[in-house]
Design a binder for this molecule. Structure first.
Ligand SMILES: Nc1ncnc2c1ncn2[C@@H]1O[C@H](COP(=O)(O)OP(=O)(O)OP(=O)(O)O)[C@@H](O)[C@H]1O
Length: 242
């Protein structure tokens, strides 16, 4: 394990409208293998921060390093490879609803230039991981919300990302489906992937009480007192879906 933080945010500010800063002076360091809850009420800037990490938005001030690189100075050529290393799960799933489960999970693998044979085998193991191997050819519009989020999760980890970002991943789900998604996020984390879950829902913390908690308020990050349990996963093997 490295002692250099994997994600480093220095004095990050972000405004969409002149004079209105969503993030004001956000400083954060995330180490490889951490599970971090990013907490804050609606409108606090959680999604904005995840978009900055993904490189979908650029900070107005400050800079963000991921694995030592300033992600807003990547060349156009470097951006697709970077985005493959950052998996993202959204509250509203963002699947191609008319397309099959297989097609949705295969998409990032096709974009990465993998062979058909490799994609078939990888999608199979990803769907086993999320418990949907019996629904490979079902169109996503025929799945429940919880199943759709499991497809989205399989798609997000298809290229074995360094970090998985989840924006209110259980926001559209009932308690039972939420628990399944939280167990899957824990399983992704237990294999060594850094996981950041943005949520306003404090009940999610019960699924992983030992996880690190950072709050956004007034455009600034505040660290909650560290829990006693270790932050890092004990097992650091290969991805569980292989
Ligand atoms: N593209 C945009 N253009 C203008 N304002 C935006 C844009 N995206 C977000 N905002 C504003 O930035 C603020 C923070 O939004 P953001 O979505 O980051 O908050 P959040 O904490 O994720 O909230 P929620 O939990 O409701 O999604 C809000 O006031 C929102 O209206």
């Amino acid at each position: 394990m490295t002692s250099v933080p994997f994600i480093q945010c220095f004095h990050v500010a972000k405004s969409y409208v002149a004079g209105e800063e969503v993030l004001r002076d956000a400083n954060l360091q995330v180490f490889k293998g951490e599970f971090l809850f990013l907490m804050g009420p609606s409108g606090a800037g959680k999604s904005t921060f995840l978009k900055l990490l993904l490189g979908l938005e650029a900070p107005t001030r400050g800079h963000i390093l991921v694995d030592g690189r300033n992600i807003h100075r990547l060349s156009r050529k470097e951006i697709p490879a970077y985005r493959r290393k950052v998996g993202m799960v959204f509250q509203d799933f963002r699947l191609l609803n008319q397309d099959s489960v297989f097609h949705n999970v295969a998409l990032p693998l096709v974009a990465a230039g993998r062979s058909r044979r490799w994609i078939r085998s990888k999608v199979k193991s990803l769907l086993q991981f999320v418990g949907l191997d019996g629904k490979t050819h079902v169109p996503c519009c025929r799945l429940s919300g919880g199943e759709q989020q499991r497809v989205a999760l399989a798609r997000a980890v298809a290229n074995d990302p360094w970090v998985l970002l989840a924006d209110e991943p259980t926001g559209n789900l009932d308690a039972c489906a939420s628990a399944v998604i939280m167990e899957l996020l824990k399983a992704v984390h237990a294999r060594g992937t850094t996981v950041v879950v943005a949520t306003h829902d404090a009940s999610l913390l019960e699924h992983l009480p030992e996880a690190r908690r950072v709050h956004i308020q007034g455009g600034i990050f505040y660290e909650e007192a560290e829990a006693a349990a270790p932050r890092f996963p004990s097992a650091m093997g290969g991805p569980v879906w292989e």
